[in-house]
Design a protein around this ligand. Structure first.
Ligand code: BES
Ligand code: ZN
Length: 609
């Protein structure tokens, strides 16, 4: 017996699930999904069969109407959840019926007042890293891939989208829900409708995704529509912001080979969405904060698009090799940005990333394990150690190889790598072996072990040299001597330039300088949340109380963890008064955050209070 992943009960000696057919009944008043799932196994199996679950109630396990013995473990693991054990007798398929709980960690249920149009409820998923198990029992490890189909029964005034092919929208039928009969649902009621989907390509469970709400859409390209709440202004502004998507897909194809997922649709979620973007295949999920009106949101789209190859085609085997997903994707994102927006934009991104990486190394100074690309996550919740390290150190490692072998040789290598491992889940050693095989002698030129297993930042990492970058960084450093940027120096700055400037301001800067900066450039009111949050974080650290109203407004307006983390962290590291403030705001805002974001804030509080 050997678990395949520290974050899953999946056993290497038990067969994989190849297919899952889901039937889901959405009960909005109770924030519950009642469901059944038909599992198909790779080979028949006898004896114990393990599945991951979290906060699920299991009603029955059946094979051809015969009961299969099952049990949920009486204690739950705080990270892995609750083990479901079936006792199979040469079965290669079975049906489970089960219900989710209102506290399911993957799901955010929004009441009508929490949505944009205020009239209809909304629910959406976020399954990465290990939350799919809170929607349906599964081998919830990226080491295993599944195909699935899904029948969603929802109120007829709503519509559903999934990271899968849409098959049909139709009236419910009695025979849809035979396996759910014992639950007495109003399956065929007049005010219900069924939406069917199918995912034919095998995907890791963390890429399972849906959203149900009052959704509208706009066509923005031959394989792209943007979806958002019907009637919200977001739909039009998103269509404008993302009009260059097709061009980016073509750049991705030039770099990595054909786009294998047919459609590339975009769903803009309510502001509580906990990430900037999530690479759900065929339908990327995005925070509305990426729509800034200047096309800069395209950078996040470039990132999620790049995952179509690096992450969704080649997948990290476990979260211990997460850099294979995010490092490659960050590299690819910047190549796409460079191709469509030019070298300056790409370099500023590298520079912002460089600063971020250095800050994360500081954050993990007492826990150096998480400054390694490949790290040990036994007993660790991946959401707790989420950081820029896999992104930026991963990017640095790949960029180091590019500089060694030259761009065209590296491009050729990347294409070959994708073609070789697509639809597989691999680990760091598999990548390194392939690298050494294809670029003979590389291990003599670059210390591959230091890069993948060492702590901190290797000395052959690269800080950008472009003059646009250097000018901003030295301007920020000069703030230590009291010099602030003049109007002419910032006249053409966009969000990225300000972000880079603020991130590089010395720690010693005085409160009066922060106030002066704001009265001149109105950073605390910026519509660009990257700039606003970066500024407010500084303001908190300097004890500038006049901005706490803006801090509170921000913490109540958005649920993206990239903004919640720095603001709550700055507050809990501050005075007693700051801590009380943080607690009050959280208690008032908490309901509006996704469960994953709620846990992250709780964990920030527990570390510092
Ligand atoms: N896959 C990640 C988001 C994620 C990571 C969710 C780990 C859950 C666990 C996504 O591709 C991502 O990296 N998003 C970034 C976008 C940015 C780097 C452009 C984000 O949300 O900030
Ligand atoms: Zn990513």
């Amino acid at each position: 017996m050997a678990p395949v992943d520290p974050h899953s009960f999946t056993e290497s000696t038990q067969p994989a699930t190849t297919d899952i057919a889901l039937t889901l009944y959405f009960d909005f008043p109770s924030s519950t999904i009642h469901a059944s799932a038909l599992f198909t196994l790779q080979t028949p199996h006898s004896g114990p069969f393990f599945l991951d679950t979290r906060s699920l109630t299991i009603h029955s396990a059946l094979h051809a109407d015969e009961a299969i013995p099952f049990s949920l473990s009486t204690t739950s693991d705080p990270i892995k959840g609750t083990l479901l054990t079936l006792t199979l007798s040469n079965h290669s398929s079975f049906i489970l019926t089960f219900s989710t709980s209102p506290s399911s960690s993957a799901l955010q249920w929004l009441l009508p007042p929490q949505t944009c149009n205020k009239t209809h409820p909304y629910v959406y998923t976020q399954c990465q890293a290990i939350h799919a198990r809170s929607i349906f029992p599964s081998h919830d490890t990226p080491a295993r891939r599944i195909r699935y189909s899904a029948i969603l029964n929802i109120p007829s005034e709503l519509s559903a989208v999934m990271a899968a092919n849409h098959v049909t929208r139709r009236p419910p039928r009695d025979d849809d829900a035979a396996s759910l009969a014992s639950l007495n649902l109003n399956w065929c009621s007049q005010d219900r409708v069924v939406e069917e989907f199918v995912m034919e390509q095998p995907v890791p469970p963390y890429l399972f995704a849906f959203a149900v709400g009052q959704l509208g859409n706009r066509e923005v390209g031959p394989r792209t529509r943007v979806y958002a709440e019907e009637g919200s202004a977001v739909l039009d502004s998103a269509a404008k912001e993302f009009e260059g998507t097709e061009e980016m897909i073509r750049e991705g194809e030039k770099l990595f080979g054909e786009y294998d997922w047919e459609r590339f649709d975009l769903l803009v979620l309510p502001p509580s969405f906990p990430y900037g973007g999530m690479e759900n295949p065929k339908m990327v999920f995005l925070t509305p904060t990426v729509i800034k009106g200047d096309g800069s949101g395209a950078q996040v789209v470039a990132h999620e698009l790049a995952h179509s190859w690096t992450g969704n085609l080649i997948t990290n085997k476990t979260n211990e090799h997460f850099w294979l997903n995010e490092g490659f994707t960050t590299y690819a994102e910047r190549r796409i940005v460079e191709a469509v927006q030019g070298e300056k934009r790409a370099t500023l991104n590298v520079g912002i990333g460089w600063r971020g990486l250095n800050e994360e190394i500081e954050r993990f100074k007492d826990n150096l394990e998480f400054t390694k690309l490949k790290n040990n996550q036994q007993g660790i919740d991946p959401d707790d150690v989420y950081s820029q390290v896999p992104y930026e150190k991963g990017f640095q490692f790949l960029f180091r190889i590019e500089r060694q072998v030259g761009r065209s040789a590296f491009d050729e290598f990347l294409k070959k790598y994708i073609a070789k491992f697509k639809f597989q889940s691999i680990d760091t050693d598999t990548f390194l072996d392939f690298l050494k095989e294809n670029i003979p002698g590389i291990e003599k030129q670059i210390d591959l072990v230091l890069w993948t297993e060492g702590t901190g930042i290797p000395s052959d990492a690269y800080e950008p040299e472009l003059i646009v970058y250097k000018t901003i960084v030295s301007l920020a450093n000069e703030a230590a001597t009291g010099r602030m940027p003049g109007e002419d120096e910032v006249a053409d700055w966009q969000g990225q330039e300000w972000e880079l400037y603020l991130d590089n301001l010395p720690k010693s800067i005085e409160a009066s300088q922060i106030v002066a900066l704001d009265s001149r450039h109105k950073l605390s009111e910026s519509k660009d949340y990257e700039v606003k949050v970066s500024f407010l974080q500084r303001a908190i650290s300097c004890g500038c109380k006049e901005y706490y109203g803006e801090v509170e407004k921000t913490l109540k307006a958005v649920g993206r963890m990239k903004y919640l983390r720095p603001l709550y962290t700055a507050l809990v590291k501050g005075s007693e008064e700051d801590k009380v403030f943080a607690k009050r705001v959280f208690s008032e805002a908490r309901e509006c955050y996704h469960p994953i974001a709620q846990s992250v804030v709780v964990s920030i509080f527990s570390k510092h209070m």
